[in-house]
Design a protein around this ligand. Structure first.
Ligand code: NAD
Ligand code: ZN
Length: 344
């Protein structure tokens, strides 16, 4: 079968021929219907050899959807032919966090070398993929796999970041989304669907600001200090009650820190190098700074429900499997609108 693999440190990924996998005991083989390209893929492919821990060659793709093709011995709970999406942050399934569906925070994943597909285990940017357990599948039902596949990360990650902040997002408050790409444009929609806040999007790119407005942002500005003045004006002088930084460059986390007020949340979702010093004199009092990772299994069900009722959708550009490396070129060039989806 064909697969898009990262083969050599610092070189672009390539489409190669590899053996079609067979499901072992308890595993599920999917025939891939769609696979999303995330900025995190580009991030790991930018790492120098000494920091790269995902194995080579690596079949990319941690946002995956497919049709159940074959069940390994003893695997049950899904039927051959069902349309499913993959819950990516795999855990052990048994520890306290996993028992709550929070496999993204499995305490044993690291020591047992359990890695997500596309981020260690072979991913979805291929004709077929192995899912280690039916527990890591969600039924798509009537949802279109190409339109929904990115909800497994570009939807789930912002949802997980936004949900705990909802009690703070009262009418009159301002929520700020920095970076309106794959994750950010879904974040804008989740905020509009679930909160009364005024949603302000910041991005360096004009096209991304337009995308934010197209999917429902109330305002969109370039990410600079003039935006902070606008945010203060829109909030009656108060500032941003919650800031979601989907970039986390030094410049964006620093900007975020200048717009918060007492008891705000500053949520660092991007995997950039930016950070925010926390101390008695460094931020307004009781600002909560946190950096979430992906989301839980029940939250993925909730995100898919939001899509089913039409409250959120993913703007997609589709590519064939042979064109998969082009998605990453386009991502690097910043010319994708929403999410690039590979359709084998
Ligand atoms: P993307 O490439 O689709 O979008 C990034 C957006 O940020 C673009 O619109 C770009 O114009 C904008 N941007 C870049 N630099 C900027 C700057 N300095 N100021 C303002 N805007 C800027 O990326 P994505 O796939 O949405 O991922 C966003 C980030 O989230 C990445 O860092 C990714 O690695 C990370 N991520 C984190 C998690 C997690 O669990 N925490 C999960 C998935 C992705
Ligand atoms: Zn991702």
């Amino acid at each position: 079968m064909k697969a898009c693999q990262y083969v050599e440190i610092g070189r672009p990924p390539r489409v190669v021929d590899v053996e079609k996998p067979t499901p072992g005991p308890g595993e599920v083989l999917l025939r891939i219907t769609a696979s999303g390209a995330c900025h995190s893929d580009e991030f790991i492919m930018s790492l120098p050899e000494e920091q790269y821990t995902f194995g080579l060659p690596l079949t990319l793709g941690h946002e995956g959807a497919g049709i159940v093709e074959e069940l390994g011995e003893g695997a049950s709970g899904v039927e051959v032919g069902e349309s499913v999406a993959v819950y990516g942050p795999w855990g052990c399934g048994l520890c306290h966090a996993c028992a709550q569906g929070k496999e993204n925070y499995c305490r044993f994943a690291e020591e047992r070398a359990i890695q997500p597909p596309g981020l260690g285990a072979p991913g979805s940017m291929a004709e077929f993929m192995i899912v280690d357990s039916p527990r890591h599948l969600v039924r798509l039902g009537d949802l279109d796999p190409v339109a929904s596949v990115a909800l497994t990360d570009a939807g789930l990650t912002p949802y997980h970041a936004i949900k705990p902040t909802l009690p703070k997002l009262l009418p009159g408050s301002v929520a700020v989304v920095i970076g309106v790409g794959g994750l950010g444009h879904v974040a804008v929609q989740i905020l509009k669907a679930l909160s009364a806040a005024t949603v302000v999007a910041l991005d360096a790119k004009e096209a991304a600001r337009q995308l934010a407005l197209d999917v429902g942002a109330d305002h969109a500005f370039a990410s600079d200090s003039a935006a902070v003045d606008e945010i203060r004006r829109l909030s009656g002088g108060l500032g941003a009650t919650v800031v979601f930084d989907f970039v986390a460059a030094d410049a964006t986390t620093a900007l975020a820190a200048t717009m918060v007020h007492a008891e705000s949340d500053l949520v660092i979702v991007g995997v950039g190098p930016g950070s925010v010093p926390v101390g008695f004199f460094s931020l307004p009092h009781e600002v909560r700074v946190w950096s979430p990772y992906w989301g839980s299994r029940p939250e993925l069900e909730e995100v898919l429900e939001l899509a089913r009722v039409g409250a959120i959708h993913v703007e997609t550009e589709t590519f064939g499997l042979d064109e998969a490396p082009v998605v990453y070129e386009r991502m690097h060039a910043g010319t994708l609108r929403g999410r690039g989806i590979v359709v084998p």
